[in-house]
Design a protein around this ligand. Structure first.
Ligand SMILES: Cc1cc2nc3c(=O)[nH]c(=O)nc-3n(C[C@H](O)[C@H](O)[C@H](O)COP(=O)(O)OP(=O)(O)OC[C@H]3O[C@@H](n4cnc5c(N)ncnc54)[C@H](O)[C@@H]3O)c2cc1C
Length: 383
């Protein structure tokens, strides 16, 4: 039987695996991607994410991460630019997640790549993973870190159905003048049914990531170019940014029905050895740019809990205590932004006005949707 099994090698799983192996635990991590892969994400790294990554030995500047100091918030032609309360960074998930998996392997984690877990079951107090092409793998402790993908036998219990949203990501080579104008900024365009974010990552590449209602797909005819054109028409600022841009991926990455606002609530029948990490524990609306730091936080906290001999129930209660508030606040902001009266999108207008008149309020809201400092510091100090 394995000592600790980690299902999924994203930020949450890799972080926990690294810390446990560093403390001398025997860890096996199973990841379905056989090689570096693109993932759907805005690729914005918050200050908290950067702190956790530094503690794991990930050198973001050496990987080519780009600093981001300002937020451009726009709707239609209107645009307000505010200084971020911290310095963000832009780095592709392909590069980041690979660096984390490499760190895990260097730390002594047994990393199994190109292996898809088909299901999870619990028998006799142990967790069994059915893995494609392998004998079933068993362990008393399993860290479930498969992110947005639920495993058969361990699906997340959602309190409500996920919104009918669809997300896309594309890497782009921008026109040279637009690349220069975007340097140091993340531009968020508020759309009638969602938002689009654009920022630079390594090697001068831009990441465009947006989330819209699925009805828009149907109305524009489902094709990528038609969808992009509809965003550019709605947001002339984005239109300018993307004019002359060349796609760098063969096709965009997409995601449907993200359960924003989900926070795992422990139940009496939860298996004692099963710890939920990252998006399996909580899903913050993506515009907050804090999902990666929350994933890392759960990875650090799970490792600390296990090393202290703690169980899953106490860990889940602790994570809920820490993460429910920022998730709730980000969800409230998201819904406030969608508030409309007839044809008027009052929520978006209010956010733009707030950004202009009281940037400190916007900055405070940005700060309140993050992993709280009081929860972050002890984990950093103890790792
Ligand atoms: C549209 C969008 C934009 C976002 N933008 C940002 C942003 O800019 N900044 C930010 O901080 N957060 C952002 N997020 C949130 C962020 O992407 C997630 O919160 C974060 O990736 C969660 O990390 P994780 O480790 O839990 O899961 P993931 O990153 O999803 O990693 C899970 C891992 O498990 C593996 N896996 C899955 N299923 C299996 C299986 N069956 N068998 C084996 N392996 C498996 C996957 O290959 C993957 O490597 C965004 C989310 C969305 C949807």
């Amino acid at each position: 039987m394995n000592a600790v099994l980690v299902a999924g090698g994203g930020p949450a799983g890799s972080a926990a695996a690294c810390l446990l192996a560093r403390a001398g635990r025997e860890v096996t991590l199973i990841e379905r991607e056989a090689a570096p892969a693109h993932k759907i994400c805005g690729e914005f790294l918050s200050r908290e994410a950067q702190l956790y990554l530094a503690r794991l030995g990930v050198d973001l500047p050496a990987l080519g991460a780009q600093p981001i100091t300002h937020l451009g918030l726009g709707r239609g032609r209107a645009m307000t630019v505010a200084k971020l309360p911290f310095r963000g960074m832009g780095l592709s998930r392909r590069r980041l997640d690979e660096a984390l998996l490499q760190r895990a392997a260097q730390t002594g984690v047994r990393v199994l790549r190109g292996r898809t877990i088909r299901s999870l079951s619990v028998t006799g107090g142990a967790v069994t993973l059915a893995v494609e092409g392998m004998e079933p793998v068993r362990a008393a402790t399993c860290l479930l870190a498969t992110g947005k993908h639920d495993l058969r036998g361990a699906r997340r219990r959602l309190a409500r159905a996920a919104d009918d949203l669809v997300g896309f990501k594309m890497h782009l080579a921008l026109a040279p003048d637009q690349r220069v104008a975007l340097r140091g900024r993340v531009d968020i365009a508020m759309l009638r049914d969602g938002y689009a974010g654009l920022q630079l990552i390594e090697d001068g590449i831009a990441t465009l990531c947006f989330l819209v209602n699925r009805a828009r797909l149907r109305s524009v005819g489902e094709g990528w170019s038609a969808l992009l054109a509809s965003l550019q028409r709605e947001s002339p600022h984005l239109g300018d940014r993307l004019s002359g841009a060349m796609p760098l991926l063969a096709r965009p990455l997409s995601i449907f029905r993200v359960p924003y606002g989900f926070v795992h609530e422990a139940a009496a029948d939860d298996p004692p050895g099963l710890f939920r990490l990252g998006d399996q524990m909580a899903v913050i609306p993506s515009f907050s740019g804090d999902g990666i730091s929350m994933a890392l936080h759960t990875g650090f906290a799970a490792a600390a809990a296990l090393l202290a001999g703690g169980g899953a129930a106490a860990f889940h209660a602790d994570m809920r205590n820490t993460l429910a508030r920022p998730v709730r606040l980000a969800s409230a902001l998201y819904h406030f932004g969608s508030w409309r009266l007839g044809p008027w999108r009052l929520g978006q207008s209010a956010l733009i006005g707030l950004g202009r008149l009281a940037p400190a309020v916007l900055q405070a809201a940005t700060g309140a949707t993050r992993v709280p400092e009081a929860a972050l510091q002890p984990l950093l100090a103890g790792s």
